[in-house]
Write a protein that binds this ligand. Structure first.
Ligand SMILES: [Zn+2]
Length: 116
């Protein structure tokens, strides 16, 4: 993968991580305070935050995604970004564009999903 493209994905990943962290902070603050009032919840996220139980699982999936993004950024540094972690093949650009944090090609992802 060329440097410009790597840079493009790095910026995309960093951007995702920053917005994810700010959303997570909101959710954590909300979990701690137990507030569910509308002034705290943006209209776009209101549906996800109807109960604290839902909010806890949302926060958990955000935490997992943040880990994947950090892992992808590490792989950019290591020079292995864009290669499937299971088979070593290049992950198609269309797949990376859709989700820059993926670390498996589609067939390996399907195997992985089927095996769990
Ligand atoms: Zn693969």
């Amino acid at each position: 993968m060329n440097v410009e493209l790597l840079d493009h994905y790095r910026r995309e990943l960093e951007h995702q991580l920053v917005s994810l962290e700010s959303i997570s902070r909101d959710h954590e603050t909300q979990l701690e305070s137990g507030r569910t009032t509308d002034d705290f919840i943006g209209p776009d996220r209101a549906a996800d935050l109807e109960t604290l139980e839902v909010d806890a699982s949302v926060a958990e999936s955000e935490r997992r995604l943040a880990e994947k993004i950090r892992h992808a950024l590490e792989r950019i540094e290591l020079g292995t970004y864009g290669l499937c972690e299971a088979c070593g093949d290049e992950i198609p650009a269309a797949r990376l564009d859709a989700k820059p944090s993926v670390s498996l090609c589609l067939p390996c992802q399907e195997n992985h999903d089927a095996g769990t």
